[in-house]
Design a protein around this ligand. Sequence first.
Ligand code: AMP
Length: 426
Amino acid sequence: MKYTSQRGTRDILPVDMPVWHNLEKNCRKLFELYNYFEIRTPIFESTELFARSIGESSDIVSKEMYTFKDKGDRSITLRPEATAPVVRAAIQNNLIEKDKITKLYYMGPMFRYERPQAGRYRQFYQSGVEVFGSKDPALDAEVISLSVQIMDKLGLSDLSVKINSVGCKSCRPKYMETLKEYFKSNAKNLCETCNNRLETNPLRILDCKDPSCQKHIENAPAIIDFLCEECKTHFEKVIYWLNVLNIKYEINKRLVRGLDYYTKTTFEIVSGKLGAQNAVCGGGRYDNLVVEFGGNDTPAIGFAIGMDRMVEVLKEHGTQSTEHRFRLLYIATLGDAAKKLGVELLLNIRKSGYAAEMDYIGKSLKSQMKEADRIKAKYVLILGEDEIKSGKAMLRNMETAEQGEVLLDKVLEEIIVRLQSKGSKF
Ligand code: AMP
């Protein structure tokens, strides 16, 4: 019986790891430069945590969650995103303190039951940040700037930052009413899903890609024209600080994002190198979530980078790094006595902090040399019966094809010296 991975999931293979590692390394580096600390939350949480925060009528909650009952009859959901878990964890572990800023970052898999396509998976990876404790628009700009710095550091161009404000509890309801009225008057031209959205959440209609809805979306009232004084001033100040930081952006009046918890600033980074699924990063402010989860009233903002899509863009760019592997020693052995010495040496080389490998298949000496070449060993130590008898072994530099004898008594030191040095005798 052969098994295959589940639809919408995939194996990330060693060949792609240098790109993933480079991306993860740069994210961590930048997060730490901006003074964020890593947090790891469980892969599964109570279903309610997501239903309440992301919103019952959102696509994620209404149709994309991996939800099941555990053996204790609890409703469990594999996390579709990390903001709600991080907020829960920050409150539960008392990480949020009055008049202090808490900066957290995460990295890991998320799960959504979506229709798989290029750049859209059922298990995908996100890396992101969440900041608690400030409603300063300069912080919004800092958070956006951090995501841009990551893209810059990775050498990515052809990206654009889209920004909008989705208002707050006091101004959004009026906008929603106006939007609902507007779409209702065009209901017969909207797709079936959007007709349902009319009642549940008219804001979601703005995300619809259906051509019949598109032209009505274009002419729909924009939330930005409905902002209350506070949200309007906040938005203007975010723009001011983005200009101070020299961040290029476009105001996108239709950017409402798919999660209900957002307030005020929302933003996305879009790549010109991807097809339909072109957003590589999305985020925004969520000033009510901490209090809704039972914490003290604490404003917050964050973003999530879609790592799978970033890897695609990095590969497109041809900027993938070839990972620097260790300088590897291969020990080729012939005969039992040589094998015993080889096994001991292998352990000691690795204990000394150097990479080493040997044959466990029983290959001929010639095939072992070929194998050493295939795995890109820098040196091969050849240990045969004659070598054991004479107390000497042959060490070969695979790059230069130079070789020479080393004394078995001193073999560990001799090898380490060579693995350490750049230019060597052979
Ligand atoms: P969201 O949590 O929906 O705001 O998504 C943030 C980022 O995660 C998006 O901009 C995408 O890059 C990425 N993303 C979201 N859903 C998926 C998915 N199903 N497959 C791959 N990447 C995704």
